[in-house]
Design a binder for this molecule. Structure first.
Ligand code: BT5
Length: 325
């Protein structure tokens, strides 16, 4: 806590020096303790210049997520009530599912700087090097099971809105769980659920966003299909700010979802690039081609086939054959 206070004071000015005495007085610890906290910040990766007879100032901030920074100004009601931050884990979704089954509160968020076993859908992998965002949110909605897929759409609305608010990039949702910039994937969502009969015990909404990673940390075959926010925006993105905005948007859209799912679906329609396009959707051993007409009240994609029949598709992988215009 004192360490955070010292950091906040140092952050007030990048040019002025804060003497050890001033930092000690303002935080209420001894000068020796101030020095120890400064050393600890340096171990965290901060560059701190110590100028004899003048004091300390920050010369470099590392691109790391810190619990206190994330919580600063985060006035969410449900999402982010509790935040668990790890330097590394196999999968934040797996960890969040375990925590949920042990009774973790709704809105608990699990974040990791890197994942060694990041998961996509259907046993696929989510490549998770340092520099991106990986988070999972525990939710306990009192809804019938057939409404659960809308949670993924809700998450996509929240993440897309957050990116649009903070980064100057043209990002859009591809049904059901992809977020793309100019046809390259920049984010993916994975919802996992524990249920009994028709009752949901808990859900975990997992979100991966490619933010600042180096393109060469991806396997070569993925590079042409994937982009990062930094590459698109032409500048490094502040991950803490983006994470905070994602949590705010999730908090807002989750509560909207509980109130009236139709609002979420309407917003989803505005932010998506699938509806109105000619698409091919594959899943469950078949591929279906046609015009994506819309989504129904359960979040299924409505496909108008060339023979005039329509199909409501609950899950699958979409390829855009011809974009809308
Ligand atoms: C997804 O699956 O898009 C869901 C991704 C969810 C990841 C988050 S990270 C936090 C939480 N913890 C987890 O373990 N998972 C969640 P799917 O639609 O099946 O797409 C998977 C495919 O995306 C892979 O087969 C690759 O083609 C591609 N891919 C893998 N890593 C990627 C990356 N970092 N960025 C973009 N695409 C990637």
């Amino acid at each position: 806590m004192y360490k955070e206070k010292i950091l906040n004071l140092l952050r007030l000015s990048r040019t002025a020096y804060f003497s050890g005495e001033e930092l000690a007085r303002k935080t209420g610890v001894s000068r020796t303790m101030v020095w120890k906290h400064i050393k600890s910040l340096e171990r965290d990766g901060f560059g701190i210049e110590a100028m004899p007879s003048q004091g300390y100032r920050i010369t470099f901030e590392p691109d790391i997520l810190r619990q206190n920074d994330i919580k600063q100004g985060l006035k969410t009601k449900v999402v982010g009530r509790e935040i668990h931050l790890f330097p590394e884990t196999a999968s934040t979704n797996t960890l969040a599912m375990e925590m949920a089954s042990q009774g973790a509160a709704e809105g608990t968020v699990v974040i990791a700087e890197l994942q060694t076993g990041g998961k996509g859908r259907l046993g696929r992998k989510w490549i998770s090097p340092k520099g991106n965002l990986y988070l999972s949110v525990i939710l306990r909605p009192n809804i019938p099971m057939h409404k659960a897929p809308i949670i993924t759409l809700m998450g996509a609305v929240a993440v897309t809105s957050a990116i649009r608010n903070l980064c100057n990039v043209r990002v859009a949702i591809k049904w059901p769980n992809d977020i793309l910039i100019a046809n390259r994937k920049v984010s993916g969502l994975l919802t996992e659920m524990s249920a009994e009969q028709d009752r949901i015990r808990h859900l975990v909404l997992g979100i991966g966003v490619d933010v600042n990673m180096e393109q060469d940390s991806l396997p070569p075959d993925l590079r042409p299909l994937v982009t990062t926010l930094a590459a698109e925006a032409g500048t490094k993105i502040n991950r803490t700010e983006l994470l905070r905005e994602i949590l705010r948007q999730l908090d807002c859209w989750y509560r909207a979802f509980l109130n009236n799912t139709a609002d979420v679906l309407r917003e989803w329609e505005k932010l998506n690039m699938t509806v109105g396009s000619r698409i091919a959707v594959s899943g469950a051993g078949e591929t279906l081609e046609g015009l994506a007409q819309g989504i129904d009240e359960e979040g299924r994609l409505i496909v108008l086939r060339d023979d005039g029949s329509t199909r409501h598709v609950a899950a699958g992988d979409v390829t855009i054959v011809k974009g809308k215009k």
